[in-house]
Design a protein around this ligand. Structure first.
Ligand code: ATP
Ligand code: MG
Length: 292
């Protein structure tokens, strides 16, 4: 039988490489990512991994060299390729920002009028300036953008920022956020039905892995007279599991909570009379042998 492989393009060596490889590994896809290897096949999933420069990934997916790819939204926005963005992946988070020398005055975008801005993102920056009616000149350079003001090449920069430490080291401060970005899974338009099925299979695993990372498993003891109030505070995946404890009048409650509301819910549970609250990541549940 001729089994078709799904071809996925990942960044070969850079900020998204580790996150992309970890994501596939967490999806239980086993492959050898030997240093410098351009292409590798998985042993337990019909997928072939291509390691490429990140700038090339949208184009390769659009042209059919790869079927899907993992790339930053910033690259996608700059290159304007017609591919489907099918899932935000939650890593590689950063923002494309305009930064100015730290002692320059700045109150609004109007202060950029007449300024020269160095960037590797002329497309995204150009659209932003137009939308904001700011008449700044764009100076396109391919790397080391942050040093441009220091050497007199530009008055400001538009570059990717995560912690802001590179800007700080170069005497710059953020003035405007042009766009937020994170790693996304992209796919070629009009994939055939076999490949679409493989993408769906991969996507199912990615969503399950990411949901497990966002969620926490919570265990607590509740006096029976407060059980109703406590279970109402726990929006589990279906509903919390409640089991009677050996001690009369008490129950054990188990549930899954989303990390974003986590501490708030724990606080409310305590106030509602919950005791012995234990919190575990889903990983700890599986690896720690709590689930069999
Ligand atoms: P390549 O050699 O593949 O072209 P690169 O040098 O262009 O790599 P990297 O610096 O490795 O690119 O960044 C890859 C992606 O990581 C960016 O496009 C962006 O989506 C994301 N990223 C996250 N945080 C940052 C950051 N602080 N600075 C730059 N990129 C970041
Ligand atoms: Mg690049």
């Amino acid at each position: 039988m001729n089994v078709q492989n799904l071809k996925i393009a990942l960044q070969r060596s850079g900020r998204l490489s580790e996150g992309s490889i970890d994501l596939l590994r967490n999806c239980d896809i086993r492959f050898d990512d030997g240093v410098g290897k351009l292409r590798s096949s998985a042993q337990n999933f019909p997928i072939e991994i291509f390691s490429l420069r990140d700038d090339d990934i949208p184009r390769y997916v659009e042209d059919g060299v790869a079927d899907v790819g993992i790339v930053g939204e910033n690259i996608l926005a700059e290159h304007g390729c017609t591919v489907d963005m099918i899932e935000k992946l939650g890593f590689g988070k950063c923002r494309l920002s305009i930064a100015i020398p730290k002692n320059d005055d700045y109150t609004s975008v109007a202060d950029l009028n007449g300024k020269k801005i160095a960037t590797s993102y002329p497309g995204v920056l150009g659209r932003f300036l137009k939308q904001q009616n700011a008449a700044a000149e764009i100076h396109t350079i391919s790397g080391s953008v942050e040093i441009a003001p220091g050497i007199g090449l530009a008055d400001a920069v538009c570059d990717l920022v995560s912690s802001g430490s590179t800007l700080f080291t170069n005497g710059l401060r953020e003035a405007e956020t042009v766009m937020n970005s994170e790693a996304v899974l992209i796919a070629r338009k009009n994939l055939d039905s076999d490949l679409t099925q493989l993408v769906d299979k991969l996507l199912f695993r990615i969503r399950a892995v990411n949901a497990a990372q966002r969620n926490r498993y919570i265990l607590l003891n509740a006096p029976n007279e407060k059980l109703k109030k406590i279970t109402e505070l726990l929006p589990g995946i279906k509903s919390p599991t409640v089991m009677p404890l050996a001690e009369d009048g008490w129950s054990s409650v188990h549930s899954v909570i989303n990390e974003s509301d986590f501490w708030e819910v724990v606080e409310r549970l305590k106030n509602a009379g919950a005791e012995g609250i234990l919190v575990l990541s889903i990983d700890q549940m599986i690896n720690g042998g709590c689930i069999s």
